[in-house]
Design a protein around this ligand. Structure first.
Ligand SMILES: Nc1ncnc2c1ncn2[C@@H]1O[C@H](COP(=O)(O)OP(=O)(O)OP(=O)(O)O)[C@@H](O)[C@H]1O
Ligand SMILES: [Mg+2]
Length: 314
């Protein structure tokens, strides 16, 4: 892993053995993680895998059944109030007032946090997030991308040290997502630590480190390159021929963990290189197909992790 001995002052989040059950069903299992200050740390995993539950435990909103840890140096069980005051949390659902204007929403947040000069603080934030000219527009009438920028502005207004962003760009178009991420990087460059959950691969690639969680289990973490290297997947990209038929023919054969179409090519991958090579040998001699060994993409790795964890945990 990239971090060996880290100075305590450089750590934003350090938790170990976190578990949580709802109605007798464990949704987070023995989760340990470390996030260094100033990092953009991405949280990935299928729906219902425990990302939101983990985020809520990290900031003291939810008490774990077992496990312990610190967030910004404060104990997540005992010092929840201190943590909440220093953390900006952008929830998965838009949580500002739809029938208040951009300006009113921001002034409200500023007053809620007891900030002096709320109008001035709101004005500065409107400038920062590029919403000038829209300050009197109702939040509910903004486009999806602008809503998310406003929500980000609202949760950074009280000057938090840590931002928890839960799927902040779900359903937002690529250009607005890119701008949102430029802002996240600008905030991290100013020293803020950002923990962000996402289902988008391009966003995962913009994180300094990522963690993949499935069915409550943290299955992989590190930089994108490290996570890809750890997977030890052998991957081929196949073009030409009837790829749908090839995909069906390869499925369930020894050594093939995944055969998935990507545009006009098929990604074929597996963990057992020898078995994979043996299975595809027969197909490689076909003149209509072109086989090219390639580095697995992050998506290949995640799909493989997910299919494997399904067998293990369900
Ligand atoms: N308060 C609750 N009471 C009961 N069950 C809950 C509660 N909160 C979450 N769960 C369940 O725990 C599991 C994990 O949910 P969680 O919201 O943490 O997943 P997630 O990874 O954030 O999913 P998504 O990508 O869909 O947001 C789900 O099965 C969910 O239904
Ligand atoms: Mg969630």
């Amino acid at each position: 892993m990239s971090q060996t001995a880290i100075n305590a002052a450089d750590i934003a989040i350090e938790v170990s053995g976190l578990s949580k059950s709802f109605n007798g069903r464990e949704v987070v299992h023995d989760l340990s993680m470390t996030v260094r200050r100033g990092m953009i740390y991405g949280f990935l995993g299928p729906n219902g895998s425990g990302k939101t539950t983990t985020i809520r435990m990290l900031c003291g909103l939810l008490t774990p059944d077992s496990g312990e840890g610190t967030c910004l140096g404060y104990d997540i069980r005992r010092d929840a109030d201190k943590i909440k005051r220093r953390v900006g949390y952008m929830t998965q659902r838009f949580s500002l007032y739809q029938d208040l204007s951009v300006r009113e929403n921001l002034e409200f947040v500023a007053r809620l946090y007891g900030m002096r000069g709320a109008p001035r603080a709101a004005r500065a934030m409107i400038e920062r997030i590029g919403l000038n000219g829209r300050e009197e527009q109702l939040a509910g009438e903004l486009s999806g991308g602008w809503k998310q920028r406003l929500a980000l502005g609202a949760c950074t207004l009280p000057n938090p040290q840590l931002l928890l962003l839960d799927e902040p760009t779900a359903g937002v178009d690529p250009k607005a997502r890119r701008e949102f991420w430029n802002e996240i990087h600008a905030l991290a460059a100013e020293g803020l630590t950002v923990l962000v959950s996402t289902h988008y691969m391009d966003e995962a690639e913009r994180c300094h480190e990522i963690a993949y969680i499935a069915y409550g289990h943290l299955l992989a973490h590190g930089t994108v390159d490290e996570v890809i290297a750890q997977s030890a997947l052998t991957t081929y990209t196949v073009t030409g021929g009837d790829l749908n038929r090839l995909s069906a023919e390869l499925a369930d054969k020894p050594g093939i963990d995944m055969a998935a179409p990507f545009g006009t090519s098929l990604h074929v991958s597996g963990r057992d290189k020898a078995a994979l090579e043996q299975t595809i040998a027969a197909f490689r001699s076909r003149s209509d197909l072109h086989w090219q060994q390639s580095e697995p993409s992050l998506e290949d790795v995640f799909i493989e992790l997910m299919s494997r964890s399904k067998d293990n945990f369900q």
